[in-house]
Design a protein around this ligand. Structure first.
Ligand SMILES: Nc1nc2c(ncn2[C@@H]2O[C@H](COP(=O)(O)OP(=O)(O)O)[C@@H](O)[C@H]2O)c(=O)[nH]1
Ligand SMILES: [Mg+2]
Length: 245
């Protein structure tokens, strides 16, 4: 049998927790992408109407009964894509690359397409979106970003501009090679380190995306603290030693 042709489309995976206000718009924008023919929303134990909004907007929704974190949601989404492909039987066509998109992008999710080009063309194994400066900068993020950036540089000798960016497109081969994923919010930093270390080609791509800016209230600070903890853990598990600030 001849080897399968590379896929010409991608499958989108959207991890979402309590995103009822934005997920519908995000899904509609993604469904408008010519290059995407499947949009999966992973509802990670939301307590609001995230699942209903996502389904109404045309996504395939898979749900965790309880909150399991972003990395687990990404894994579940990838499994759902594989199950769908198995049912579709796409003769002669290889598995779709995965495009991960955060649920809070709303309409700007329509501009994630630049991430897919280099992957579909076989020029990169993973692309990472570089976002423009956001309307109102969130509090405390710099500390986590700095840790992730220093950790990545120490590990692989390359400093990503936005190491925590969740908008990424990767081949299924790259995704499988990165399993098991680092838990929770360490997933992006670990993906980059593990893939570069394994010889995959990773590239940053500017994208005009806008997400909800996390502020400085207690909820936002708790989010930053959890992010910091998960990134630090992912680095420690990879034997990457960096100063903490
Ligand atoms: N699976 C999962 N996704 C989450 C969780 N919390 C937030 N998200 C999603 O992860 C993405 C990024 O979260 P966000 O709060 O925007 O983080 P920020 O961009 O770092 O400020 C969004 O799509 C959220 O819906 C969670 O507990 N589990
Ligand atoms: Mg966000």
């Amino acid at each position: 049998m001849p080897p399968p042709r590379p896929s010409r489309t991608v499958a989108v995976v959207v991890p979402a927790k309590d995103e009822e206000e934005r997920v519908g718009e995000t899904v509609r924008a993604l469904r408008g992408l010519e290059v995407a023919d499947l949009v999966v929303v992973v509802d990670d134990g939301s307590t609001d109407a995230t699942a209903v909004r996502a389904r109404d907007a045309g996504a395939l929704v898979v749900a965790h009964r309880r909150n399991r974190g972003k990395a687990a949601a990404m894994r579940t989404g990838a499994r759902a894509v594989a199950a769908r492909e198995h049912a579709e039987r796409r003769p002669g066509t290889g598995p779709r690359p995965l495009l991960f998109v955060d649920a809070d992008l709303a309409g700007s999710a329509a501009r994630t397409e630049p991430l897919t080009g280099p992957v579909l063309a076989g020029e990169a194994d993973m692309t990472i979106a570089v976002l423009p400066r956001q309307a109102t900068p969130g509090g405390g993020r710099g500390l986590v970003v700095g840790l992730a950036r220093r950790g990545t540089r120490t590990a692989v000798g390359w400093s990503p501009q936005q190491p925590l960016s969740g908008m990424r497109c990767l081949t299924r081969g790259a995704f499988e090679a990165a399993l098991p994923l680092a838990r929770g919010w360490g997933v992006e930093t670990a993906l980059t380190i593990d893939l570069v270390r394994a010889g995959f080609r990773v590239a940053e791509v500017p994208c005009d995306l806008h997400h909800r800016v996390t502020g400085t209230d207690w909820r936002a600070q708790a989010h930053r603290a959890a992010q910091y903890r998960d990134v630090a853990l992912a680095l420690a598990q990879r034997r990457v030693r960096v100063r903490p600030w």
